[in-house]
Design a binder for this molecule. Structure first.
Ligand SMILES: *Cc1c(COP(=O)(O)O)cnc(C)c1O
Length: 385
């Protein structure tokens, strides 16, 4: 056999007839997440050389993640979504082997999860996958702690908290929710999947009292796309681990390979040790370049934004009242049907109120292409084409 020649990514997709895209939209799963760090890829390849007992590896990896992130305990999951299924299973079955084996049939165990209506969002059905049911409280735009307390019954297994730009502004803080939950002996299950960076958030939500917090490993941490992890209290992390793959049970389809575990650890080490400020400055400079390229177009308001809704600096575009061109969605569609295909992000809310460019996945040499194409399509739109 001859030496195998290293293949390029382009040759692999070309062979399949799949067209590449420029990802200026951010780490969304549908546009292939984020680019795994080279350290993660190297660790995955190296890990493929050895065999281990997966329970031992998962326990050790959990301890390492806890150490790196500054938390009491942690465990690996298949994405943040997988973490939500595990959270629900842990809340219902805890460490009871019979209950663990019984799920998703919840007969005889507390199985309701209280969720504020303003915390409902597109992925929350994962909480139901293990067999639980929601008890919804409040209104889409607000909720009171008394309403939550009134909803607690012997059937309650846990209280859900969402931290995300998807969330509407609601009145109950995580700290308040956690105090209430703990006074009833219940856990707070938090989905904070995309709230990184800043890395200080790795301890923020556990610090505010959440018992289990789910994060993605495949977004800005830039580990393997399919990874995630839970951090939290030792007791609840142990329940989570017992309810998680590779153990038999309702989460068995969510297994994570030893290579992915090693890749996640390597990525997390880098994510927590790099110069976050320098990286932010660099993203800001890139986004300022985009702003400069399109700011003069009539009807366009564009700014670099870095806040709760924008985890790293984004170039955010809104249309002024005098904008006569197509909608945000139409502009985004024109970007992705152009050559080359460029994906940008349109506001999740309906109707959309803004669109933006996310620099996380823009590779060397692509920024100019993104700017040029965005400029061209916005100018066409502004002139009524
Ligand atoms: C991205 C995201 C998820 C899903 O995370 P994966 O790691 O892709 O499974 C879940 N919840 C929220 C709020 C998210 O932003």
């Amino acid at each position: 056999m001859g030496l195998s020649k290293k293949r390029s990514g382009l040759s692999i997709i070309d062979d399949l007839g799949v067209i590449p895209l420029i990802n200026a939209g951010g780490p969304f799963t549908k546009i292939s997440g984020s680019r795994p760090r080279s350290e993660a890829i190297e660790a995955m390849e190296a890990m493929s050389e050895v065999f281990v007992d997966m329970e031992e590896l998962l326990l050790a990896a959990g301890e390492r993640i806890a150490e790196i992130t500054g938390n009491e305990a942690a465990t690996v999951t298949s994405g943040a979504s997988g973490g939500l299924v595990v959270q629900a299973a842990a809340a219902m079955a805890k460490d009871d082997p019979e209950r663990i084996a019984q799920l998703p049939i919840t007969d005889g165990m507390p199985s309701e999860l209280i969720i504020q209506r303003g915390h409902r969002f597109i992925y929350d059905h994962l909480y139901l996958a293990a067999g639980s049911r929601f008890c919804e409280v409040g209104r889409p735009t607000d909720c009171t702690i008394d309403e939550i307390e009134a909803a607690i019954t012997p059937k309650t297994a846990g209280l859900i908290h969402l931290e995300s730009p998807f969330k509407s502004d609601v009145a109950v803080s995580l700290t308040e929710l956690a105090e209430l939950a703990h006074s009833h002996g219940l856990p707070v299950l938090a989905d904070c999947a995309s709230m990184l960076p800043p890395r200080e958030n790795l301890t923020k939500y556990t610090g505010q009292g959440a018992d289990l917090v789910s994060f993605s490993g495949g977004k800005a941490i830039r580990g393997p796309q399919s990874t995630g992890f839970l951090i939290g209290k030792t007791e609840w992390i142990e329940y989570a681990r017992l309810n998680n793959a590779p153990n038999p049970g309702v989460t068995r389809a969510q297994k994570v390979s030893k290579e992915e575990i090693a890749g996640l650890l390597a990525a997390l080490e880098v994510f927590t040790s790099i110069d976050e400020e320098a990286e932010t400055r660099n993203y800001r400079a890139q986004m300022s370049f985009i702003v400069d390229q399109i700011a003069e177009i009539p009807g366009i308001i564009v700014n670099v934004e870095h806040n709760y809704d924008h985890y790293i600096p984004h170039a955010v575009v809104t249309f002024a009242e005098n904008w006569k061109g197509p909608s945000y969605t139409e502009i985004a569609d024109r970007m992705k049907t152009a050559v080359p295909r460029v994906y940008v992000t349109v506001d999740y809310r309906v109707p959309a109120r803004k669109m933006w460019i996310d620099p996380l996945n823009i590779q060397d040499g692509e920024l100019e292409i993104v700017a040029e194409q965005f400029r061209k399509i916005l100018i066409e739109g502004a002139s009524g084409k």
